[in-house]
Design a protein around this ligand. Structure first.
Ligand SMILES: [Fe+2]
Length: 309
């Protein structure tokens, strides 16, 4: 297989589990690709779990429950069974400790929608979901710390593990327009354009990801935290750290050979940009011709369809 790609998924609101979106279709496509390439396991950092002090934890609950996922039907997730990877969790803890992290297990962790929403869309049949290792963030939200977590676990890509960060490109819950969600359980209407700061930071993120590779990608992703629109785009740092984890995992000199793409995007609640990024690609995909890639990269048709004349 060679080295696996890395994904940074913007999970958006919990409606993203129930609504049919371009992003959800891309998550499904990534799941199919992962299965086609026999990935050994998923190693994922979400935006909803951070540890205090110097600590970082890895989930080791053998039978994790799932927390409530508002605005989506419980039927979509209540029976989907998590597939935790305890052996890889212990291995990640060892690798993190060897790099100086204060890392340890968390045998009581309950899965949260930032992780299971994406995994359900990727692997609707839970029996097909590869074993999953969830790594926490650290609540000091030091950007280079989270880059280093990704860099530390990067060698697992060469063994066939798929590394994923799930957060948000533009994700400020205080600046979202919630009325339609609260009244109608609807988040995709976009009755007016996003505000300028949201558009600017979304564009900056796309530019940084698609125009930088290797260590330059890591630096540029960290530098986005100094962008004038960063604090409006990210009211808190928790949904940006998984992007830095992904950049750490995909920002080695070896990664300079491969391109990074914005593969899909869904705007929600006026100001939330759910951009889906993939860093690198499976090796056999690299060997495809441009025409072959165009064919296999097609996403299901969504949105307006023009009637034939
Ligand atoms: Fe979230």
């Amino acid at each position: 297989m060679g080295i696996t790609p890395v994904h940074f998924f913007s999970h958006g609101s919990t409606r993203m589990l129930e609504a049919d979106t371009e992003s959800g279709a891309y998550w499904a496509k990534c799941g199919k690709e992962a299965l086609a390439h026999n990935v050994k396991g998923i190693i994922i950092m979400g935006a909803h779990w951070a540890c205090l002090g110097d600590r970082i934890e890895v989930a080791t609950n053998p039978t994790p429950g799932k927390s409530f996922c508002p605005f989506s039907s419980p039927a979509l997730y209540k029976d989907w069974k998590p597939n935790p990877d305890l052996a890889t969790a212990e291995r990640c803890i060892s690798m993190l400790k060897a790099e100086g992290f204060c890392a340890g297990p968390n045998p009581n962790f309950t899965w949260i929608h930032d992780v299971f929403m994406v995994l359900i869309r990727m692997f609707p049949d839970d029996t097909k979901c590869p074993p999953v290792t969830i790594v926490s963030m650290n609540a000091r939200y030091d950007p280079w710390y989270h880059v280093k977590v990704g860099a530390t676990l990067r060698p697992l890509r060469k063994e066939g593990y798929l590394l994923i960060g799930t957060g948000g490109a533009v994700h400020n819950l205080y600046r979202n327009a919630w009325t339609d969600m609260l009244l109608y359980r609807e988040s995709l209407g976009q009755e007016r354009p996003p505000e300028a700061w949201a558009l600017e930071f979304r564009q900056a993120t796309e530019d940084v990801v698609t125009r930088n590779r290797g260590p330059a990608l890591r630096k540029a992703m960290v530098r986005l935290m100094q962008h004038p629109a960063y604090r409006e785009a990210q009211a808190t740092d928790d949904h940006w750290m998984p992007a830095l984890f992904a950049a750490g995992a995909a920002g080695d000199f070896e990664d300079e050979a491969e391109s990074n793409v914005l593969a899909a995007e869904t705007w929600e609640l006026i100001n939330m940009a759910n951009s889906q990024f993939t860093f690198g690609q499976y090796k056999d995909d690299m060997e495809k011709t441009f025409a072959e890639r165009q064919e296999t990269d097609k996403l299901p048709q969504l949105g307006f369809v023009t009637a034939a004349a």
